[in-house]
Write a protein that binds this ligand. Structure first.
Ligand SMILES: *[C@@H]1O[C@H](CO)[C@@H](O)[C@H](O)[C@H]1NC(C)=O
Ligand SMILES: *[C@@H]1O[C@H](CO)[C@@H](O)[C@H](O)[C@H]1NC(C)=O
Ligand SMILES: *[C@@H]1O[C@H](CO)[C@@H](O)[C@H](O)[C@H]1NC(C)=O
Length: 259
């Protein structure tokens, strides 16, 4: 996942560089070429700034929901039940589930990079989250290191720390001069987890097996939750940004109109 994040960021840097690239051209067209290039730079920046502002507003919309656009409350994002895949490694075999989950601070992001590349009709966006918190109840039962029973049942929380979300989208310009997103994918990568599982028992004398089991369980829960989050947030984000882009033409964004 980290590799993919790096790849997408690389892609974004490449696109930013290529849009100011000076191409070989005939001497006579030099002045014209220069004007077009400068025009592109302004156009990129004002559109990028506009979308950045819309992303900041979306964070507020996530906490209230926007019924008229069919956008539900996304912060907190509730999941009533999560069936987890059986964990089966050489060190651990564990059946588990989780319920009454509340995923909060999903709106606590800052847009760190937004760019629309009009030459390739691509949109790049990076969001940084300080953390996203998962609260819920869990149940698990299994064996660690072949011989130690491990089991638990109760409250848990997981703080997913320092999340970077890297997005790649496709855009079109409509006949009446509105930018619209047609596709968007988001990859989420995180640094580390802070975890607490109440009433998790078992293991050997020093409980090392319990710590490992908890850590694997937390990771499994996060791996199941992140795609659900993406599935809920991406369509809402696209609807929200497209709605905002329908309120203003690209010419008006560039002209510094009613932003
Ligand atoms: C999510 O769960 C919390 C806590 O249980 C609750 O207060 C809130 O109303 C729920 N939100 C939605 C959108 O269901
Ligand atoms: C767990 O893994 C072991 C070894 O790979 C395999 O023999 C066993 O069938 C697996 N059990 C389940 C329930 O998947
Ligand atoms: C989790 O699984 C256990 C064992 O199968 C079951 O008793 C419990 O009801 C399940 N919890 C939920 C929320 O489904």
């Amino acid at each position: 996942m980290n590799n993919l994040l790096k790849l997408l960021v690389l892609g974004a840097v490449f696109a930013a560089v290529s849009s100011v690239e000076v191409r070989p051209h005939a001497a006579g067209s030099e002045q014209h070429e220069k004007t077009v290039r400068e025009g592109d730079a302004v156009r990129d920046e004002s559109v990028d700034n506009y979308i950045t502002m819309v992303l900041e507003n979306f964070a507020i919309a996530m906490r209230t929901g926007i019924p008229i656009l069919g956008i539900p409350i996304l912060d907190p994002f509730n999941i009533s039940k999560l069936d987890l895949p059986t964990i089966n490694t050489s060190m651990l075999r564990l059946e588990a589930n989780a319920s009454d989950l509340s995923v909060s601070d999903t709106s606590s992001y800052v847009p760190t990079y937004v760019h629309v590349d009009f030459e390739t009709n691509a949109m790049y966006l990076n969001l940084h989250f300080l953390d996203i918190r998962v609260d819920g109840d869990y149940w698990c039962d299994g064996m660690a290191a072949v011989i130690f029973p491990v089991f638990g049942d109760g409250f848990f929380y997981i703080n997913i720390m320092s999340i970077d979300s890297s997005g790649l989208g496709a855009v079109i310009i409509t006949e009446d001069d509105h930018l619209q997103i047609t596709e968007l994918s988001l990859e989420l990568a995180y640094d580390r987890l802070e975890i607490y599982f109440d009433n998790f028992l078992g293991g050997g004398d020093f409980g090392e097996e319990v710590n490992q089991a908890i850590s694997v369980l937390a990771d499994t829960i996060v791996q199941e939750i992140l795609p659900l989050l993406n599935t809920a947030i991406i369509p809402a984000l696209v609807v929200y940004i497209n709605d905002a882009l329908m309120q203003i033409t690209i010419s008006d964004i560039i002209g510094g109109g009613s932003v």
